[in-house]
Structures are given as C-alpha cells and as structure tokens.
Design a binder for this molecule. Structure first.
Ligand code: DC
Length: 221
C-alpha cells in the first residue's frame, strides 16, 4: 500500500487539496483532524476537564472512534454514533486543538490511522502524519500559507455560508491555534525533513494539486 501524507497548519487548504489528490490517484482520503474533533466533541458534551489527567485518561478509555465511507465521504463514528455533522464547529475545533496535545488522546487514535494506511492506499492529512504516524510514507507534503491568507479564505467561506465573520478574530484564532499545534510537547506540527514544502499563499487550488501530483508521480512506481 502507498501513502501520501499532507501536513500543515489550520486553514492551509489540506482537506480540499487532499480530497482532489485522492480522487485523481484513486486513493482513500483520511481526514485525521476529524478524528481529533470526534474526541473533542465527546469531551465537550461530557464536560470533561482536560487538565484533570485522571478524568481525561478515563474518558479516553471509554472512547471508540472508527471511520466508514458513505458515497466516498468519510464518516466518523464515536462509540457507534455517526458524529460527522457535529465536527466542523469553531468550539469543537478549538477543543480539538487543546485536547490533541494530550498523550491519551493521541494514543487513542494512532493505531486507527496506521491501520487505515496498512489496509488502503491513502492520502492522509493532519499535523504529524509525515513525522509520526506514517514516517515511511512514500510522499510527504508540508502545505502551508500565510496566516493572513488562511484567515482570508476562512472569512470568505463564512460569508458565503451567510454567517457573521470578524476577520481580526479569525486571524487571531488561526495564530493561536498554530502556536498551540507547533509548540506542544507530543507530535508537534512541523515539516518532516523529507517533506516537500508547498506554500499556497499565491497559488490556486488546481496549481497546488498539480504540484502534489507531480511529486507523487515521481515518487511512486
Ligand atoms: O485539521 P483540523 O482543523 O480538523 O484539526 C483539528 C485539530 O486537531 C488541530 O488543531 C490539531 C489537531 N490535529 C492533530 O493534532 N493531529 C492531526 N493529525 C490532525 C489534527
């Protein structure tokens, strides 16, 4: 089986790009952020204090996360319930950024991610796929963009959905999340030594996909 790992900060366009690359390659797209968000969702609804080590460890023991594909779209199940519709909120994202720094949360998801890559050809996106989850991935991409550009994309996305958006707050949240994801002790976000850096600040989606496809075509038999 072959793996394409795409890591990078929040809002860099990883999921949009990874989905398109997966389609072109005929691979399965694995959105690992959604797995962290599923655990975060559990922690929020059960009001678990993540700074309480015992409470967090106990909660993680009682959590089972799994993935299924329905019409080629990833669905995340938490203790047997499909929680996919609840995962994209700001609250869940912010909790995921905090709780994903905790060892029991990361440990709870490691095997699931590795098993997916053993069973299928995957394009897997996240923060530590190339550095930690799949260190032997055939293709590693570090996809980033300036915080201004990432905030701008998110701002437009919210306006298009008819939601209220405050550009300054969105950018501040992005910077805060980068800070947390890059500076945590366990599996921090960083470019793997053998990853190809793609800065999409001034690139369109198709251009980014083309760059990654050419890296993949050179690396894969
Ligand atoms: O990519 P995302 O915004 O859905 O991810 C939500 C949070 O989960 C992110 O702030 C960091 C964490 N995460 C992680 O620690 N490791 C991954 N492989 C994917 C996400």
């Amino acid at each position: 089986m072959a793996s394409i790992a795409i890591d990078g900060p929040a809002g860099a366009g990883k999921s949009t790009i990874a989905k398109l690359v997966a389609k072109k390659m005929g691979y399965i797209y694995v959105d690992t952020g959604a797995l962290y968000r599923a655990i975060a969702h559990y922690l929020v609804i059960n009001q678990i204090d993540i700074e309480n080590e015992d409470a967090l460890a106990k909660a993680c023991e009682g959590i089972s996360v799994s993935i299924q594909y329905e019409q080629d779209v990833q669905q995340v199940y938490l203790n047997g319930e499909n929680v996919t519709p609840f995962l994209r909120t700001e609250e869940t994202g912010n909790m995921a950024s905090k709780s994903s720094a905790k060892a029991p949360v990361r440990a709870a998801l490691l095997d699931l991610q590795r098993d997916m890559a053993k069973e299928y050809n995957v394009v897997m996106d996240g923060r530590d796929i190339g550095t930690n989850v799949l260190p032997n991935a055939e293709v590693k991409i570090y996809l980033t963009a300036s915080s201004k550009e990432r905030a701008n994309r998110r701002y437009k996305e919210l306006l298009e959905k008819g939601e209220n958006a405050d550009f300054g707050k969105i950018e501040a949240d992005i910077i805060e999340r980068d800070e947390r994801d890059m500076n945590r002790d366990i599996a921090p976000l960083k470019q793997a030594e053998d990853a190809v850096l793609v800065d999409s600040s001034d690139m369109g989606i198709d251009q980014v996909v083309d760059v990654i496809m050419s890296v993949a075509q050179n690396a894969l038999p």
